[in-house]
Ligand binder design. Sequence first.
Ligand code: HEC
Length: 350
Amino acid sequence: MVDGVKRKVLMHADRNGFLYTLDRTNGKLIAANPYVKVNWAERIDLTTARPVETDVAKRLRAGEKVEVKPRWTGGKNWMPMAFNPNTGRLYLAMLEETSVYQLNKELPVYKAGERYMGVENTTAPRTPGEPWGYFGALDPLTARPKWKLPLMDLPSWSGMLATAGGLVFSGRSTGEFVAIDEDTGSIVWQFKTGSGINAADHLHAQGPAVRQRALGARRRDLGEEGNRGQSASRWIGLDVCPDARLNRAKIILTAWLLALAQPASAQDPFKPEQVKSGSETYARHCAPCHGPRMADPEGAPDLRKFPRDQRERFLTSVSKGKNSMPPWGDLLKADEIEALWAYVATGGRN
Ligand code: HEC
């Protein structure tokens, strides 16, 4: 609703720090307001949709070293935000960081495979006690928060999920999957998953007859050089019943009981023994070409990059061989090759 009129809109929290609402039928800008700290522009001109820059942007162009808020990672990055039509609010994870930029006086020489930016780009040191960002509920037209929940340990790179049950869900980089009261911003329940969450939470119905829904969050371990961002993704599923007709206490209780009954690791499709036996077979037969623990392969593909959804291809290529890779089907039993898949698909974790 814009000025009491129902409009077809598009809402976008840009990396540049402004929250835009457009008329999606004609692209006209309705509102654009800062939702995090912004120092490079004063405002967005609603008639031209162009930013009105501050002297920070001007000094940067003039070659000075300047601090720019938000950082290049944005006030929000890829993480999906959620809109709840019942409250008219947007729910999202916001980032509050500061870049330090200085344009290079001369354009650097282009080297293939290396970053080519033409700007010195670092991050300003953090002020102790300042949050890294917030979970928040914003008015899309003013960007004013109904509430903001400060994130003191790390920023959140997780999406937000709104439900009809009065709760929004998200994840923290410190590993907690959280249920937040959409009205007050207080955490009403959380579940420690054991690794940082930086993916979108989502709901999916499990068939019309079963009025139960699964709520999943993809989690990805932080750290561990080499495996970062490739092999450590897992889905965790928590069964909750965010049905508007159930009261909140029941939702929380169901989620809590199921979380207790089923630790996240129990839901991984591979058993630790299987991964372990796969790792032993790997070390014996595959490491010479594909590299110890899949790192530093010599003349063979990097198996950490092998697509996780192509189990059949893995089994076939390994048992029948592929081009210069010898077939292993005669030497290894089917369950040994299956264990190799468990090892490769989990990136050697478990
Ligand atoms: C003698 C070196 C060598 C050994 C040992 C070896 N591989 Fe390979 N592997 C290769 C080469 C080379 C390729 C690339 C083949 C191509 O696509 O041309 C390859 C490709 C693969 C692929 C990708 C196949 C595809 O469909 O693209 C997988 C999976 C694989 N190897 C798994 C294994 C496993 C598991 C083992 C241990 C049982 C193993 N490899 C042992 C050399 C080796």
